[in-house]
Every structure is written in structure tokens, then in C-alpha cells.
Design a protein around this ligand. Structure first.
Ligand code: PLP
Length: 378
């Protein structure tokens, strides 16, 4: 069979179906607009309360997107927790977002390596990169997986670095659990994106910062609205405007009750791909827990596999094709690698391939992807 046959292309994601399955979103958004209160109103308040309850933190602040959330959280950590270090330990394979935030607040990124099977930070590599210069460690719960933050904290404690704050970037892992705790409740502060394709996605941009530390929460609240302590009173020099709006909050509030069900569906899809894929293909998966976000493969024959999938009417993508340390825009700026370098990140970057995975995929579509994987003979 080829793409020219009668079967439709299977996309990597499909936003139209999300809307079709959730028309209540439109009614609630219309009601939010009809209230005449389009910013800083009830919808944002109620969503933030529900989301903090869901994740298991005391505070949740809505912001405009996940990158702002990272930048504001980083700045708050630097302001509130003090320290003189000028470096942030992160990974190079997570799409650049943590590095962008480091650049914006003036911290030098130090790239730790990853584990091949999960593509998550290697804890020994992270710990080896922590020095007197480290102001903060940023862990990214990539592809729906979860980094063992309590274990990382214990390992940092063992080398006398237990006071270094940890930020969790949960933009790809809404709802994932490590034991009884959800990602976003284990570090000092955490950030989320509600970009439409995320596990919990808005109908536009959105983000949030969560913490149970009142001083951090208060500081982020000031930073996200002009550095105000109260209306028109600027008390912080680096405040800015980054707000979640009422319509997006109403969308998120409507969709939050479906998050666990959708996470289960994503995981079912990834399980089906794992069963169907030949042994030459690795399906990326976190051993400590996963909700499924992107279905990501590792293959030594990526170009040929992409063509094979296109021939079967299946679209693919690559998350992410360039490591942060190799991005052209940052070559003039300082950066450092963990002492052992990042060999696993380097090998993986040319082998990653993302398959369709979204909760409204039909059984027929999942079956077609599985059949295409099973028929791959290389
Ligand atoms: C891991 C990760 N962190 C941060 C972000 C940034 O989120 P946003 O696109 O909402 O700025 C994204 C998403 O796009 C992401 O995948």
C-alpha cells in the first residue's frame, strides 16, 4: 500500500477532533466572555485551584505559556533562594526551553547526559555537573516520563549539595506519578505548558507555575504582573506581563477532568506500538512511570523508516532534531557539558522519531501504525 491509496494520512496530532469531542468547551468559553471579565477573573482562579489540587501543591499561578513559566520560576529561585552561582544544570535534548529561560535570566546552562531508554536526565551525570557555581537544577519530565526527583535530591544531599533548588519542567508530563506523588509536586517549584498538543492543552497558549513555598509563590505573582506588589506599585525591577487569560482558563477547567482518561489512552497507544515494533526499534519509555505524551522511537535507520511510514500514510516528526548545545543562536554564549560529556544525547539525536499519538486516535488508525511497524524488516 502507498500514500496514494484511498486511506487518509494519519497526522501526528489533530486539534479539530479535540474540539469536536469537547463542544462544552465552547459553551464555557462563551460564558467566560459573557461575564465581561477577560483577565484575572474567576476562571483563572478556579482553574488554578483545581490544578494545584490535582498536582498536589499549595499554589498555582497561571501565566501566558510554559517558557514564561520557566523564566519566571528561575528568576524567583535566584531572587528568593539567593546563592552566587551563575550556572543551571539541565539537559540538551529537551527542545531548548530550559536553555532559553537560562539565557533570559543570565544563567549559563550546563548540559548533563541522559539515559537511553527513557531519554530522561541521567542522575549520576546531573550530580557530576553540580559545583559551587550551580544556582539551580532543572529537570524535564520529557515525553510523559518522570525523573526520580526525590532520588536526585538524596544523591545531591550525599555530596553536600542538598541545598541546590530543583525546578521541575512538567510541560510534557501533566499527571504523571512517581509513587503517590505527581510530577510538579516534588521539586522546589514546577512549571507547565498548556500548548494545545500537551496532555492538558488550551485552545491557544497557556502555562502555570506551581509550588508549595509561599515566598516563591508570592514572588512569582509579582514577577508575572509588572513587578507589582499591588496595582501600579512596582517593587521588583524585572517584572513583566505574563497572564493566563480567562477563556484559556475556562477551556483548561473544562478539560482537566478528562486528563487521566486521555493519559491512559496515550499509554495504550504507546503500549500497542511497543508490542508491534521489531527489536531493531526502541520505544522510549521511563521505567519510573509515564503518562505517555509523544510516542518516540529510536531507530538507526531513521530516514528509511520515515519513508516506510509515509508509504503507509503515516506522518512523523522529530522531537528534537538539534541539541541545545549545538544551536546556532547560542554559539557565542557560554555553556558547559557535564564532566563525562553527553555521549548518549549525541547518539540519540539522530535516531529519534515521533509517531502519531493523541487521545482521539481511532482504533483503526492505531492498527494501521502497528501494522506498518510490524512490517518493518530492517
Ligand atoms: C519540555 C517543554 N518545556 C517547555 C515548553 C514551553 O512551553 P510553551 O510552548 O508553552 O512556551 C515546552 C513546549 O512547548 C516543552 O515541551
Amino acid at each position: 500500500m502507498t500514500a496514494s491509496s484511498a486511506q487518509t494520512l494519519i497526522p501526528v496530532n489533530d486539534m479539530v477532533r479535540i474540539l469536536q469531542e469537547n463542544v462544552a468547551v465552547l459553551d464555557n468559553a462563551r460564558a467566560a466572555l459573557a461575564s465581561g471579565w477577560w483577565l484575572n477573573g474567576t476562571e483563572v482562579r478556579e482553574f488554578c485551584k483545581a490544578f494545584a489540587d490535582y498536582v498536589g501543591t499549595d499554589y498555582c499561578l497561571g501565566v501566558a505559556n510554559g517558557t514564561d513559566a520557566l523564566e519566571i520560576a528561575l528568576r524567583a529561585i535566584c531572587d528568593i533562594r539567593g546563592g552566587t552561582g551563575a550556572e543551571a544544570v539541565t539537559v540538551a535534548n529537551a527542545g531548548g526551553y530550559s536553555t532559553i529561560a537560562c539565557r533570559l535570566v543570565g544563567l549559563t546552562p550546563v548540559f548533563a547526559d541522559i539515559e537511553r531508554g527513557s531519554q530522561l536526565a541521567s542522575l549520576p551525570s546531573v550530580v557530576s555537573a553540580v559545583t559551587d557555581e550551580t544556582r539551580v537544577v532543572i529537570v524535564t519530565h520529557l515525553y510523559g516520563g518522570v525523573v526520580d526527583v526525590p532520588r536526585l535530591r538524596a544523591m545531591m544531599d550525599e555530596i553536600g549539595r542538598g541545598n541546590v533548588p530543583i525546578i521541575e519542567d512538567c510541560a510534557q508530563a501533566h499527571g504523571v506519578r512517581l509513587g503517590a506523588r505527581r510530577a510538579g509536586s516534588m521539586g522546589d517549584i514546577s512549571t507547565f505548558s498548556f500548548y494545545p498538543t500537551k496532555n492538558l492543552g488550551a485552545f491557544g497558549d497557556g502555562g502555570a507555575i506551581l509550588t508549595s513555598d509561599q515566598a516563591l509563590a508570592d514572588h512569582c505573582r509579582k514577577l508575572h504582573q509588572y513587578g507589582w506588589s499591588a496595582k501600579y506599585n512596582i517593587v521588583h525591577p524585572y517584572g513583566r506581563n505574563s497572564r493566563l487569560d480567562e477563556v484559556q482558563a475556562s477551556v483548561l477547567r473544562t478539560l482537566l477532568p478528562r486528563l487521566d482518561e486521555w493519559n491512559d489512552k496515550r499509554l495504550t497507544i504507546i503500549d500497542a506500538y511497543s508490542d508491534a515494533a521489531p527489536s531493531s526499534i526502541g520505544v522510549v519509555r521511563s521505567a519510573d512511570g509515564t503518562v505517555g505524551h509523544l510516542a518516540v522511537l529510536l531507530t538507526e535507520n531513521r530516514d528509511e523508516l520515515i519513508q516506510h511510514l509515509i508509504d503507509h500514510g503515516i506522518m512523523t516528526d522529530i522531537h528534537y532534531p538539534i541539541l541545545d548545545c549545538d544551536q546556532a543562536g547560542w554559539q557565542e554564549l557560554p555553556q558547559r557539558l557535564a564532566p563525562g560529556g553527553i555521549p548518549v544525547s549525541r547518539v540519540s539525536v539522530s535516531q529519534l522519531l515521533t509517531l502519531p499519538c493523541f487521545p482521539t486516535m481511532t482504533e483503526a488508525e492505531i492498527g494501521r501504525v502497528c501494522a506498518a511497524l510490524s512490517s518493518w524488516t530492517r
